[in-house]
Design a protein around this ligand. Structure first.
Ligand SMILES: [Zn+2]
Length: 64
């Protein structure tokens, strides 16, 4: 019984999306504007699949 339960879902929840390089909250990562939809969350008439329609993805933070 060592199952760890994640919690703390923010606006977009904890559902992994294709554009994420890591799970939300992972050290060294942070939200960034989706490179595919430029943060609008849509591609044409469809929701952007890269960011799941949120306009943001979890990306690694460049350390210089
Ligand atoms: Zn997007």
């Amino acid at each position: 019984m060592a199952r760890k339960q994640e919690e703390g879902g923010r606006s977009r929840g904890t559902k992994p999306i294709p554009g994420d390089v890591a799970a939300p909250g992972t050290p060294g990562t942070g939200e960034d504007i989706c490179p595919d939809c430029q943060g609008c969350g849509r591609l044409g008439e469809r929701a952007c699949q890269t960011c799941g329609g949120t306009g943001k993805v979890i990306a690694g933070i460049a350390g210089g």
